[in-house]
Design a protein around this ligand. Structure first.
Ligand code: FDP
Length: 346
């Protein structure tokens, strides 16, 4: 692996260096990532100016999930489409904000890759200036030599088949976190030079953390095994355990903190939402790829979410992601096998 300790590395440079590692690479994938980072730069710029641009607030429409669509969501959706439709790398796209597949216009070449994205995650936080972000996920199309439009099967691939996954976080700085299966790197945007610079190379998540992150207001409608949360809050006889609670309500922001500090992020199923809330293709799989590539685990309560065969593009799944030991404990609780359940200490 390269030693980045004293190098200044832009995202463009890293993408082209990674391409050089594969002599058979055509450059198509590198160009795809460059186009995507252009879209992320534009969205980051407009998120920063949102209050000034009068684009905060709801449009008059609802998205396909019946949620009110905010102007900034629409804008981000449109920018990604416009940056990605004509490069010749993609055969089809899908967005959390759009119903059905997004086809590549007839006049443009169809490529070997498939893009799924959530243009603006954390929409309920947009109007109050709290961290939001964009999530993306890239797959190879199933028939690599095909030159026609991609189809639903190209998008309904299990998460372990992602060739690239990541997110851009519009927080106190803009950061781009991504993996192509060679570790997880974080780039921080320097607005004065308009570049993403490598700031954290090969990030590893702690094996155990001290933070749990969940919308605990739903506690009354969870399965009883989620007493796991009480376990984290109650001191054990040796004075261990009490975890801190942190919940931003933007999945990417909660996952980003979990990536660095460890612990567990959860969006379980409950009686209102039997499949949880988060979408497998747009949110869960890309975030799971980052967490697992950094040495953590992403589970649906039984096993890795990356193994799940998606059935529909807007499918939701329960999810528990974070430090390996914390996710293992949670799974043990769900199976009723945790020692604390047996000795009655929760
Ligand atoms: P939002 O609805 O604000 O877009 O799936 C979207 C999401 O945010 C996630 O980013 C976030 O983790 C979750 O929903 C928050 O849901 P709750 O408000 O139910 O906690």
């Amino acid at each position: 692996m390269n030693d980045y300790s004293n190098k200044l590395v832009t995202i463009e440079r890293q993408i082209s260096e990674q391409q050089d590692m594969f002599p058979e690479a055509t450059g198509e994938f590198s160009r795809l990532l460059r186009d995507l980072t252009l879209a992320l730069r534009i969205i980051a710029r407009d998120v920063r100016r949102a209050g000034l641009n009068d684009i905060l607030g709801y449009t008059q429409t609802t998205n396909i999930h019946g949620e009110s669509v905010k102007k900034l969501d629409e804008f981000a959706n449109d920018i990604i489409f416009r940056a990605m439709d004509h490069g010749g790398h993609l055969c089809v796209m899908a967005s959390e904000e759009s119903d059905g597949l997004i086809t590549i216009p007839n006049e443009y070449k169809k490529g070997r890759y498939v893009l799924a994205f959530d243009p603006l995650d954390g929409s309920s936080n947009i109007d109050v200036n709290i961290t939001i972000g964009t999530i993306f996920s890239v797959y190879r199309r199933l028939e690599p030599n095909e030159i026609t439009d991609g189809n639903a099967a190209d998008l309904l691939q299990p998460g372990f088949k992602q060739v690239c996954a990541g997110y851009a976080l519009y927080g106190s700085s803009t950061q781009l976190v991504y993996t192509t299966g060679h570790g997880v790197d974080v780039f921080t945007f320097d607005p004065t030079i308009g570049e993403f610079l490598l700031s954290h190379s090969q990030v590893r998540i702690p094996k155990r953390g001290k933070i749990y992150s969940v919308n605990e207001g739903n506690y009354h409608s969870w399965a009883p095994e989620l007493q796991h949360v009480n376990y984290l809050k109650l001191p054990s006889s040796d004075g261990q355990r009490p975890y801190s609670s942190r919940y931003i309500g933007t999945a990417i922001a909660d996952i980003h903190r979990t990536l660095f500090y460890g612990g567990i992020f959860m969006y379980p199923s409950d009686t209102k939402s039997p499949n949880g809330k988060l979408r497998l293709i747009y949110e869960v799989n890309p975030l799971a790829a980052i967490i697992e590539e950094a040495g953590g685990r992403a589970s649906n309560g039984i096993g890795s979410v990356l193994e799940l065969q998606p059935e529909s593009i807007h499918q939701r799944v329960p999810v528990f992601m974070g430090s390996e030991d914390d996710v293992n404990d949670l799974e043990m609780f769900l199976r009723g096998e945790h020692p604390a359940q047996k000795d009655g200490s929760v």
